[in-house]
Write a protein that binds this ligand. Structure first.
Ligand SMILES: Nc1ncnc2c1ncn2[C@@H]1O[C@H](COP(=O)(O)OP(=O)(O)O)[C@@H](O)[C@H]1O
Ligand SMILES: CC(=O)N[C@@H](CCC(=O)OP(=O)(O)O)C(=O)O
Length: 301
């Protein structure tokens, strides 16, 4: 008996769609086998649909052979829980003042709720994500940060349990990448005595990108990129422009640790560092696989 196979004609793909797909090829070839570190900001993480589009992008990029490493924040999510226990968050130069009780909340929210949420989303999208904090294999070592006081450089500001990264061991990430897992890292570090440190997620993302020799670092946030005094997007910033914008207050709050770690990464061998709008659907695909420049490129000089 012979069987007949029916081949159903597929609907013609609009030429524009095919063109966009074809445009991705040189980028896939360029980044195949390379590492791209992506920081998913807490503010970009609020919308469910955007979270899913982020997770799909991560899985697609991994499937075309790009080693994606995800670092996530969770500032607004920490703030929610602090409010529920009647505590108000305090920030100095974009860093959360972290007493012992706040540290407990930060670890619970970042290492627990937010980390597992991101892991779950990526796995639901078909990836193999593994959640970590810097305590796993003690791969992010830190000591207490003493923040220089901008008004009086002889003085330092005590932020409590905020960590200053002393070392990152890339071996654990390399093992996970070799086995096709997607590392999803919460911004917690560990001290010499096993103490827990709260570290700004942008700072960790920059240091991990450096330690892994990443091709790209992408910081997804809730603004179109770096904005000038008039609120217009700056598509590329130099160190001199950054210094001027910090000095005149154009850059403030959460943008301060973001811009300084982006610049440090760019000056320490990470080839391209971008701050982009995580509120744009498929922002990652647009940034990595198309010639559509979005957000701000941080220049090393
Ligand atoms: N010049 C600037 N350009 C863009 N954003 C800025 C600037 N100065 C301060 N910001 C603030 O920085 C915020 C981004 O940092 P943050 O709130 O820490 O985001 P994330 O959670 O993504 O790390 C923006 O929402 C904006 O309020
Ligand atoms: C020291 C410090 O400020 N830690 C941050 C860690 C989370 C974070 O960086 O989250 P976003 O990326 O969403 O801002 C905090 O406690 O809020």
């Amino acid at each position: 008996m012979t069987t007949t196979t029916t081949v159903t004609a597929t609907a013609p793909i609009p030429a524009q769609k095919a063109e966009i797909l074809a445009e991705a090829l040189p980028y896939i070839r360029r980044f195949h086998g390379k590492t791209i570190v992506v920081k998913f900001g807490g503010n970009a993480m609020i919308d469910e649909r955007l979270k899913q589009s982020f997770a799909h992008d991560v899985v697609l990029l991994k499937l075309v052979g790009i080693n994606i490493v995800v670092i996530h924040g969770g500032g607004p999510q920490i703030e929610n829980l602090l409010t529920r226990i009647g505590k108000k968050g305090e920030f100095i130069q974009g860093m959360r003042v972290t007493d012992a009780e706040t540290m407990e909340i930060v670890e619970m929210v970042l290492g627990g709720q937010v980390n597992k949420d991101v892991v779950n989303l990526i796995n639901q999208a078909g990836g193999k994500a593994v959640g970590l904090t810097g305590k796993d294999a003690a791969f992010i070592r830190a000591k207490k940060l003493m923040l220089p006081n901008k008004d009086n450089p002889q003085e330092t500001i005590d932020l409590g349990m905020v960590g200053d990264i002393t070392a990152i061991d890339p071996a654990l990430i390399a093992h996970l990448q070799a086995a096709a897992f997607i590392p999803v890292i919460a911004s917690i570090g560990v001290g010499e005595q096993g103490e827990t440190y709260n570290i700004n997620a942008d700072v960790i993302a920059g240091k991990i990108a450096e330690a892994l020799g990443a091709e790209k670092l992408i910081l997804l946030t809730n603004t179109p990129g770096v904005l000038d005094k008039e609120g217009r997007l700056i598509t590329g910033v130099t160190p001199a422009q950054i210094d001027a914008m910090v000095a005149d207050g154009t850059l403030s709050g959460g943008m301060l640790p973001k811009i300084s770690s982006a610049l440090e990464a760019a000056q320490s061998g990470v080839k391209r560092v971008h701050i982009i709008d995580g509120r744009v659907e498929h922002a990652l695909l647009l940034e990595i696989l198309t010639n559509q420049g979005i957000g701000t490129l941080i220049k090393s000089q």
